[in-house]
Design a protein around this ligand. Sequence first.
Ligand SMILES: C=CC1=C(C)c2cc3[nH]c(cc4nc(cc5[nH]c(cc1n2)c(C)c5CCC(=O)O)C(CCC(=O)O)=C4C)c(C)c3C=C
Ligand SMILES: [Fe+2]
Ligand SMILES: [Fe+2]
Length: 347
Amino acid sequence: MVAISDTAIVLMNLGSPDSTAVPDVKKYLLEFLMDKRVIDYPWLMRKILVGGVIVPKRAEKSAEAYKSIWWKEGSPLIVLTQQLQKALQHDLEMPVEITMRYGNPSPEFTFNKIVKEHPGVKNVILVPLYPHYAMSSFETAAEYAKEIYRRKKYPFEMKIVEPFYRHPDYIHAVAESMRPYVEQDFDHLLFSYHGVPVRHIRKGDVTGGHCLKVNDCCHVDSRAHKQCYRHQVTVTAELVAKELGIPREKWSVSFQSRLGREEWIRPYTDERLRSLPKEGVKKLLVACPAFVSDCLETLEEIAVEGKHTFIESGGDSFTMIPCVNTHPEWVKALGILCREKMETVMV
Ligand SMILES: C=CC1=C(C)c2cc3[nH]c(cc4nc(cc5[nH]c(cc1n2)c(C)c5CCC(=O)O)C(CCC(=O)O)=C4C)c(C)c3C=C
Ligand SMILES: [Fe+2]
Ligand SMILES: [Fe+2]
């Protein structure tokens, strides 16, 4: 039972296919990749590329990858988000629901559930579970939730928690979740973030002249940083490494999960995994703080494929550090983020 409250929290994650069956994976990939903020080409071009090339080519391989990481309860990303929901609800003593940008449960389903099960709720705090801004992650989640909210005229106010990539409590949670791993002997720590196309970084640059144009742009103050994924992931890595006391030469950042022929932000994780052993790195730790829940991109792309690449290239030991998932410090941090948002004036 949850205490009666006029506020509810909605945790919004990316989503997964309903099952590992090829038709379900196809349906999910189509919804995901037809999103104009993920593949931002004109509609007809996107339709031809996604429906005619990418999805038919990728669906079976993707389904196999999902099969290899699927839990008996379902998709790890969904199950971990449900576990986070329960832990946060216990912590905050107010209703906490989950929703997904793609697949189920959809924002419409979740908002309807709140209206039906918690008719006293007047305020909803929506938390896109992305620490960093990207057009293809935070922005699409927030805009989609707002679109549904406005279209259906729900009887509550809705506030959205902004990217929290440098929030001290989030940084502390990531650092604490990593601490047991960095206390062991290791040669190097790689922060592997989900990549985005270079074009997305340029497109999000509100100044039109900063990102990837100014020398060492991520470290030069700019209004562009509010929407710069590259800047924000760099800051997270620097703050976490500082809190853990890891010297600068012992960690680096790279970007995984490229799709298509376009140039994505560099360095690429697979290339780094091939070159690190040649630079003398034999014991490697990999952390993926772009994700708050373990998912296909960590459990398969990093823990299986990435490990294989590193060991084949001459590495000795490879450890993937789990995401913050339901770590108590993360549950605490999320509660603080929600409470801070509740205290702001409704717009
Ligand atoms: C143009 C393609 C893609 C962009 C841009 C992109 C950005 C992006 N994605 C995440 C988080 C996740 N992505 C996940 C899976 C996934 N991502 C893409 C493509 C793009 N992502 C695809 C095609 C897939 C599906 C799987 C596959 O076929 O490889 C996941 C995992 C989902 C799961 O069910 O476990 C996450 C999480 C972020 C944060 C981001 C921008 C920064
Ligand atoms: Fe992705
Ligand atoms: Fe930038």
